[in-house]
Design a protein around this ligand. Structure first.
Ligand code: DC
Length: 221
């Protein structure tokens, strides 16, 4: 039986940083489910489809093949055979992923892929609905969060470092994060929420190594 660790939480809580580190230390495969929603979002954006155009979205996903491969242990997302991984981390794609992922047909397509990955390997998977919907029997469930002020500040520093702030301010980043949280928590199908059996970790006043240690301490393999 493969072992699974589910990490859910809002945007910018540090899920991917923590999950990558734990994957390395525990020898698990890291599955970034947000990247899969982002790949489909990119597909919709490229075709000029808006998130509210449900019928167009449902048609477009029948022509989208999302595959995951690992290159030197790092997840790569292929969209119809093209490696789109470098195109996925923009704000535009992230916002479209949040808006288009309310569509059940988008979710069902990706959930199938996520469950297959978890059935074949020991995984640490992060997202919004992993502990509640994708892997309800995960061995470890963590709900990782931080205040929106703190998450906005981290994102602001990250963009500043990359010289990618553009016209964004700390306030606009925080507003964006809060809008995304609201949408992710209030959709009808598999919304973001803490699973009853998930451990809540608030990383607002914690360092990355501290969070990694807390989660590693929960893994009993
Ligand atoms: O984690 P992320 O920022 O890469 O995710 C982008 C969006 O994708 C997020 O705002 C909502 C959606 N998403 C989802 O609905 N379910 C997941 N398991 C992962 C992401």
């Amino acid at each position: 039986m493969s072992y699974s660790v589910a990490i859910d939480g809002p945007a910018g809580a540090g899920k991917s940083t923590i999950a990558k580190e734990i994957a390395k230390k525990a020898g698990f495969i890291y599955v970034d489910t947000g990247a899969m929603y982002r790949a489909l979002a990119l597909w919709f954006l490229r075709q000029g489809i808006r998130a509210e155009e449900t019928e167009k979205i449902e048609e477009a996903i029948t022509r989208a093949d999302v595959t995951i491969v690992y290159e030197e242990g790092v997840q790569q997302v292929l969209l119809n055979g093209e490696n789109v991984t470098p195109c996925l981390r923009t704000e535009e794609v992230g916002n479209m992923a949040s808006a288009s992922s309310v569509n059940p047909s988008v979710r069902l397509k990706l959930v199938e892929l996520q469950r297959k990955l978890a059935a074949t390997a020991d995984v640490i998977m992060d997202g919004r609905d992993i502990g509640t919907y994708v892997l309800p029997d995960a061995d470890v469930k963590v709900y990782l969060t931080a205040s929106s002020a703190c998450r906005a500040k981290r994102r602001f520093e990250e963009l500043k470092e990359k010289d990618a702030l553009g016209d964004k301010t700390l306030e606009s980043i925080r507003a964006d994060i809060e809008e995304r949280d609201y949408r992710d928590m209030h959709r009808d199908f598999a919304p973001l929420r803490q699973a009853e059996d998930a451990v809540l970790v608030d990383s607002s006043d914690m360092t990355i190594p501290e969070v990694v240690d807390v989660v590693l301490g929960m893994i009993r393999k």
